[in-house]
Design a protein around this ligand. Structure first.
Ligand SMILES: [Zn+2]
Length: 282
């Protein structure tokens, strides 16, 4: 099984996690720029963090044979802090870098006017840099936040197939399914989606434009929930080829639109015969 985790915050994780992920078949990942929990008080904290996302963290991942990519943005929560908004003019410098595969996480936290401005400005950056966009949907007022995000995306003129709306669930998936945007799901130990609920959504909505991630970060989370979801898919009767599509080929297709994925020799194409993998990743 080969796994591509399209949304995981490795900065918050230990080397034990890298080791366990590699052993379980995780071969590539995308680490979106986000809120670190402790509020930032200056632009310098952003640039140090971005430098680590394009420098130190890919090095750490490479020691475990995992390909590390990232997305860069001013996150929705800190878009409300005037001390943080000055990072916006610095983003183009990072969006030009090799391993930056999207603009994100952008979107809404509390749906304030400042968040509106930062969201629209960064969708424009995605267009200008010909990069996909990763849109975080809010934890509170989720359905309203998702619908409003879809409106802003439409207004921006960015091609919907270059946008993923993430952290979706049974309540919000309907609104996104018909939009042409990609649908991201974060599988968590207690809250949000579980592997079994995810499998039910895949059964109902199909595998097109579906991304499954662990979104593991500094909160209670588990970097192996992508693998657990793959196992739950098999248990529910999905074929190994379908599992490979959701957990590898879909994220490759979405982030591949950046033209910057570095996956050469990362994970050989498995050969499927019937329902069992004969060769390929572990
Ligand atoms: Zn995140």
């Amino acid at each position: 099984m080969r796994i591509f985790d399209p949304h995981i915050h490795m900065t918050s994780r230990t080397t034990d996690d890298y080791e366990r992920m590699a052993a379980a078949g995780v071969r590539a990942l995308v680490e979106p720029a986000f809120w670190l929990g402790q509020p930032r008080t200056s632009v310098g904290s952003f640039t140090d963090y971005f430098d680590s996302l394009v420098g130190w963290e890919p090095f750490r991942a490479s020691q475990y044979g995992i390909r590390h990519h990232c997305t860069i943005a001013l996150n929705p929560k800190e878009a409300n802090d005037p001390r943080c908004r000055d990072v916006l003019p610095l983003l183009p410098r990072y969006l030009a870098k090799d391993r930056v595969v999207a603009v994100g996480e952008i979107g809404y936290d509390s749906m304030t006017p400042d968040e509106d401005d930062a969201f629209a400005a960064q969708l424009e950056l995605a267009r200008a840099h010909e990069l996909p966009a990763l849109v975080h949907t809010p934890h509170r007022d989720k359905l309203l936040g998702t619908q409003r995000s879809l409106d802003v995306i439409k207004e921006s003129g960015i091609e919907p197939g270059r946008v993923v709306l993430d952290h979706l669930n049974e309540i919000t998936v309907d609104a996104v399914a018909g939009s042409g945007c990609w649908m991201g799901f974060s599988i968590y130990p207690d809250t949000k989606m579980s592997p079994d609920r995810m499998v039910a959504i895949l059964g109902r909505y199909g595998l097109d434009r579906m991304l499954v991630n662990s979104a593991a970060d500094w909160g209670k989370s588990d970097p192996l929930l992508t693998v657990r979801t793959a196992e739950a898919m098999v248990a529910a009767g999905f074929s190994d080829d379908e599992v490979d599509r959701v957990l590898w080929r879909n994220p490759v297709e979405f982030y591949g639109q950046s033209g910057r994925l570095d996956l050469e020799d990362a994970a050989p194409e498995p050969i499927f015969e019937g329902n069992s993998i004969l060769r390929g990743g572990s």
